[in-house]
Design a protein around this ligand. Structure first.
Ligand code: SF4
Length: 148
């Protein structure tokens, strides 16, 4: 209740004062309800960004897919949310290569050696992952979905 009141207040202030607002949260439902754009971060790095609904309904990055898969869904048949295995790495000595590779079920050799750049997949949609082409998305390319 308190959270909803605070979010309502922030939204009212944003509208009345014509402000931009940056909200930092681990609660995907709050972000979905509040933000037009979202940036998904892991260990201090941007993993994916884009319009909030696009990112949450069709997550591209394996970390975003894991986050969405770990969130309970009230639609459809009941099922247990799937957690992302492993733990957040030390930021003092983060993993080489892609910082998410020790927990990524799609990781391959290159992921342990090089850091993927944040690249534009489609207009306004970006991800940092070697599973995707580095300039533009190829139509028809299969998109790995968490749990598939
Ligand atoms: S770059 Fe490799 S380890 Fe990192 S998210 Fe993509 S597939 Fe997984």
């Amino acid at each position: 209740m308190i959270q909803a009141q605070i979010l309502d207040l922030l939204e009212r202030l944003r509208r009345e004062l014509d402000l931009a607002m940056i909200l930092i949260s681990h609660d995907l439902s709050v972000l979905a309800d509040t933000c037009e754009q979202v940036t998904i971060m892991y260990a201090g790095k941007t993993m994916e960004s884009g319009k909030t609904m696009d990112v949450f309904t069709e997550p591209k990055h394996p970390y975003t897919q894991g986050l969405v898969g770990a969130f309970p869904d009230i639609r459809g048949p009941r099922s247990m949310p799937e957690s992302i295995p492993g733990a957040v790495p030390s930021l003092i000595s983060p993993p080489a290569g892609c910082v998410f590779h020790p927990r990524c079920k799609f990781a391959f050799d290159r992921c342990t050696r090089a850091e993927p750049a944040l690249t534009e997949l489609t207009a306004g949609r970006r991800a940092a992952c070697f599973l995707y082409p580095e300039v533009t998305e190829v139509p028809g390319r299969p998109i790995p979905i968490a749990g598939a």
